[in-house]
Write a protein that binds this ligand. Structure first.
Ligand SMILES: N=CN[C@@H](CCC(=O)O)C(=O)O
Ligand SMILES: [Mn+2]
Ligand SMILES: [Mn+2]
Length: 322
């Protein structure tokens, strides 16, 4: 099911006395109906929601992430417009997972992502549980040119490499992706940053090793960015052609991100994540981004939705230069 954005989802403060200089995102965002073929994007940004917590429910988690897209949009609406000349923002509405039909919703998300990439947009997918990633990937896979190598960077406390032999969930997307790539004879390049040892069983570390997954522990980022981690990122990025960046908000310490499906006490600070984002975006290889696992039902004073929105702001300002 798909619901295009309407103006009621983009509302915020207005400063009409300041004219053009007083504009905010809710005043510049243009609504686009993604149930139809869209015009060429010319590098413009498009927000596409994936309203689902079906994967979280299947993964024994606390539900609420279906409210993520709406909460992130509300938190972004009043951002001051500092977009470079000619860069446009589009509100692309939401793919909604209804009646537990996750696989259908993921396929629909994939089709929309595929169209956006084909038309030259920079997608920002707003989750949803981390099951968002598999739908997102279905579109990325179709949008890649022949021979292009995809690198996936996941900022996450968890590997999300669980077995999906019983059912897929928010804990399985990257194993699904690995298997799909392998079935097509393609390599799986996957880097997880912010991993919590206590949050991943030995089985998950074993799966990560079997799939040659690269990772950085959260514990190694508590003193900030360092050259070893920069080198690791650079080496990973230099081996691929395009980067899909997935940001699971549970990578942050719960003090910054209480409103997630599975909070992390000793997670990362926003400051170190901003440095990581700069490093990734400056490569010029970023293809598409998602921000997932926001659970507004457990948020405190919109802290987590504001953090998600601020990350998106940072990403857009930097990515617009590329
Ligand atoms: N999206 C993934 N979620 C985690 C949840 C961990 C937990 O519930 O503690 C995972 O499956 O590993
Ligand atoms: Mn995750
Ligand atoms: Mn996680």
């Amino acid at each position: 099911m798909y619901k295009p954005s309407d103006k009621t989802t983009w509302k915020g403060r207005m400063d009409p006395q300041d004219g053009e200089l007083g504009l905010r995102w809710h005043q510049v965002v243009e609504l686009v109906d993604l149930s139809r073929e869209v015009e060429d994007g010319h590098g413009s940004f498009v927000f596409l929601g994936f309203s689902s917590d079906e994967g979280v429910w299947r993964n024994q988690g606390r539900v609420g992430a279906a409210g993520g897209p709406d909460a992130i949009r509300r938190a972004m609406a009043s951002f001051a417009d500092h977009l470079p000349e000619g860069i446009r923002l589009f509100g692309g509405g939401d793919v909604i997972c209804a009646n537990h039909r996750l696989e259908e919703a993921q396929a629909q998300l994939g089709k929309k992502v595929e169209m956006l990439l084909r038309k030259g947009y920079k997608p920002l997918v707003l989750g949803g549980g981390h099951e968002t990633a598999y739908g997102h990937f279905l579109g990325i896979r179709k949008g890649l040119q022949v021979g292009e190598k995809l690198g996936i960077i996941n900022l996450d406390a968890h590997f999300d490499l669980r077995s999906y032999s019983q059912h897929s969930s928010s804990g399985t997307p990257f194993l699904q992706i690995a298997d799909d790539l392998e079935a097509d004879g393609l390599e799986f390049h996957y880097l997880c940053v912010g991993i919590q040892e206590a949050g991943n069983t030995r089985k998950l570390f074993q799966s990560a090793a079997e799939r040659k997954v690269h990772y950085v522990l959260a514990d190694d980022l508590h003193t900030g960015m360092n050259t070893e981690i920069q080198d690791k990122l650079q080496t990973f990025i230099s081996a691929v052609d395009k980067v899909y960046l997935s940001i699971d908000l549970d990578v942050f310490a719960a003090a910054y991100a209480p409103g997630v499906s599975a909070p992390t006490a000793l997670g990362l600070t926003p400051q170190v994540v901003v440095l990581l984002l700069r490093e990734i975006i400056s490569s010029g290889k970023l293809l598409t981004v998602d921000v997932v696992e926001l659970n507004p039902a457990y948020d405190i004073d919109n802290q987590t939705s504001k953090l998600a929105a601020s990350l998106i702001y940072q990403i857009i300002q930097k990515w617009a230069e590329k």
